[in-house]
Design a protein around this ligand. Structure first.
Ligand SMILES: C[S@@+](CC[C@H](N)C(=O)[O-])C[C@H]1O[C@@H](n2cnc3c(N)ncnc32)[C@H](O)[C@@H]1O
Length: 342
């Protein structure tokens, strides 16, 4: 383990010859009755810790510090020669993730990456396989990849697997890994919808890059299953409300989503349905109108219906994801309008 800040502050002197940081520690012997260690050195007669020969050798090696104005000589203890502190069985130097932590993914039991890195570094070698059979949002597999280990992560919920897929591709853009157990076909997704409504919902949300509402907990959702956050101008955050229906559906559901969008002040809504929508549903969705992104001038349907079949044809919601070049262009035009130089 690295030294604490408090420890490092003790190394407050710099050796002129080498530029190395050191602290000056006492050379005085705590025993007063040691005639063979009593001699004059540096203008002081004291009982020293070392024999005269050893003291002379240390002086020749530049290991003795002579304080200004004839102070008592001391030993130079160089920082780079001190070993780190062995890790104890109580770790207090890695703080838990706070609600504002950059690495926070919203998974309720998420652990700090630094913690898993220490555990993996201490208990495996590069190239070893790390298995986390309850991997949650994948902190252990992230640490394993970072430290050059192979890894296998297992979790029972699609919320975890969806998050890990996103997390790993964002952290390691060139990474290649295989995901097993996610619906790979329309019939597999239909089967999941019939078997487990909640897991189907979590899977569908992860496919459209939505964050499950209230961390994916079951229960009354107030008409919201998930949220897609986006920044249409690269600064302001907006949301699309996502509603997932694995079973029967009808116009009532569209009306309800429109109401929730209004209540939440959300410019967009996405309705994911296993069943194909009726004409009336499509009509009602279209009647919610379009939302124009001021930055790009593009119009996006406010209430979008996306079927499972379309998902497997790789269709995704029409979200104004922030486009760095559009933002740059708009800022440039804006600045030019104001007559300022870039
Ligand atoms: C404490 S969390 C893991 C947290 C993880 N270490 C992290 O930092 O994100 C435990 C995980 O076990 C998963 N789990 C529970 N029962 C399971 C089972 N039978 N098989 C696989 N995973 C399961 C849960 O979904 C949950 O994500």
């Amino acid at each position: 383990m690295a030294h604490s800040e408090e420890y490092l502050e003790r190394y407050n002197l710099i050796d002129e010859a080498t530029g190395k940081r050191f602290q000056a520690t006492s050379l005085i012997n705590p025993n007063s009755n040691r005639p063979n260690l009593t001699y004059e050195f540096g203008g002081h007669t004291r009982v020293w810790r070392w024999t005269r020969e050893r003291m002379k050798a240390a002086e020749a090696a530049g290991e003795i510090y002579f304080p200004p104005r004839g102070g008592i000589p001391r030993q130079k203890r160089f920082l780079d020669e001190q070993e780190g502190v062995p890790v104890s069985d109580v770790w207090t130097d890695i703080p838990p993730l706070n609600s504002q932590a950059q690495e926070r993914l919203g998974y309720p039991t998420q652990k700090p990456l630094a913690l898993l890195e220490r555990i993996i570094a201490a208990s495996s070698n590069e190239g070893d396989v790390v298995l986390d059979p309850f991997c949650g949002c994948g902190t252990a597999v992230h640490a394993a990849e970072k430290l050059g280990r192979q890894w296998i992560g297992i979790d029972v919920t699609h919320l975890a697997i969806g998050l890990i897929e996103k997390r790993m591709t964002e952290a390691f853009p060139d990474i290649a890994f295989e995901v097993k157990g996610r619906p790979q076909s329309l019939s597999a997704a239909m089967d999941l919808a019939a078997r487990d409504k909640h897991q189907f919902e979590l899977w569908a949300l992860s496919v459209v890059d939505a964050v499950p509402w209230k961390g994916g907990r079951k229960g009354a959702d107030g008409g919201i299953d998930g949220i897609i956050w986006f920044k249409p101008d690269g600064k302001r955050t907006e949301k699309a409300i996502v509603e997932v229906k694995g079973g029967g559906t009808g116009v009532k559901d569209i009306g309800r989503l429109a109401q929730v969008m209004q209540r939440e002040g959300a410019p967009l809504g996405v309705f994911i349905t296993a069943q194909a929508p009726t004409r009336a549903m499509e009509r009602d969705a279209a009647s919610v109108g379009v939302w124009e992104n001021e930055l790009t001038g593009r119009k996006h349907p406010r209430l979008q219906i996306l079927t499972l079949a379309e998902i497997f044809q790789n269709k995704r919601p029409d979200i104004p994801w922030v486009d760095a070049s559009a933002v740059k262009k708009a800022r440039r035009e804006d600045t030019t309008k104001q007559g300022k130089l870039l």
